[in-house]
Design a protein around this ligand. Structure first.
Ligand SMILES: [Mg+2]
Length: 264
């Protein structure tokens, strides 16, 4: 195994199920990583909440962390909106809007942003999005990510992916710009944040979604890719990509493996 310089960690399904249930071994595992001095970042596509809300959720669930260790798709999206001077319809939960302060959203006209937003996934809101896209050929459809589904404490739930596809289907020629995992640019910004962009093959990505966490850019950049059997994992998921580097029962087991095999 290559020496490990850093670890990128998915949150939902890897550390936490739902809002407050820590995955087995996750709290202790993270503590051990920190004690071992291995740098890490949480890489989340969670778009229901702002970075400070995610931080609060992690701390309330027993994880020791700080805001600088959390990388989300919301800030990357805001940068894009501002650089293109757009007036977007934001299909996001109230908690996530905090990260969009300063973005003009009255009478949205030239962009649609869609994240995981159960309260907005209704006919009237989706139709509003449809009308912006169909009436303005240049209006981008920006998807924070295209996850098909995710794990909640009472079962699997629809992610934003199916709703993004519905809008693409309705508006011929519209193809969403995707911001989050598994986009290469997302992983690159996480690596840059740790100053490890040139050492991607010494960085681990661990998550419960073989496509969103371990596919796309994670694979292309040569990250060491591990799957956990918690969260949305379903039996046989690992067979969908035989090139991943390993599978663990839970995050705690993964950390034990890393600490036992690490070459300094
Ligand atoms: Mg996950």
């Amino acid at each position: 195994m290559n020496s490990i310089r850093g670890i990128l960690i998915d949150i939902s399904g890897t550390l936490l199920i739902g809002n407050s249930q820590a995955c087995e071994g996750a709290i202790g595992g993270l503590k051990k990583l920190r004690e071992a001095g291995i740098p890490f970042r949480f890489c989340t596509n969670t778009t229901k909440e702002s970075r400070s809300a995610i931080l609060k959720k992690l701390i309330d669930s027993g994880f020791d962390t700080n805001k600088n260790e959390i990388i989300t798709t919301l800030s990357a999206c805001r940068d894009l909106i501002i650089s293109r001077k757009l007036r977007p319809l934001l299909l996001l939960e109230e908690d996530a809007l905090e990260d969009f302060k300063g973005v003009p959203t009255e009478e949205p006209k030239d962009a649609v942003v869609i994240g995981l937003s159960p309260s907005n996934m209704r006919y009237d809101m989706l139709n509003k999005a449809f009308r912006i896209l169909i009436n303005n050929q240049d209006a981008p459809l920006i998807a924070l990510h295209k996850s098909k589904y995710f794990a909640e404490s009472d079962g699997l739930s629809l992610g934003p992916g199916p709703f993004v596809s519905a809008l693409e289907y309705a508006c011929e020629g519209v193809k969403a710009i995707v911001i989050g995992k598994p986009e290469k640019s997302f992983f690159e910004s996480a690596l840059k944040d740790m100053d490890l962009l040139e050492k991607a093959n010494h960085v681990v990505m661990i998550g419960d979604d073989i496509e969103q966490d371990l596919g796309g850019g994670a694979k292309e950049l040569g990250l060491i890719r591990y799957l956990v059997k918690t969260g949305k994992y379903r039996s046989g998921d690992e067979l969908r990509d035989p090139t991943i580097d390993g599978v663990f029962d839970n995050f705690g087991k993964f950390v034990d493996f890393i600490l036992n095999n690490i070459k300094k």
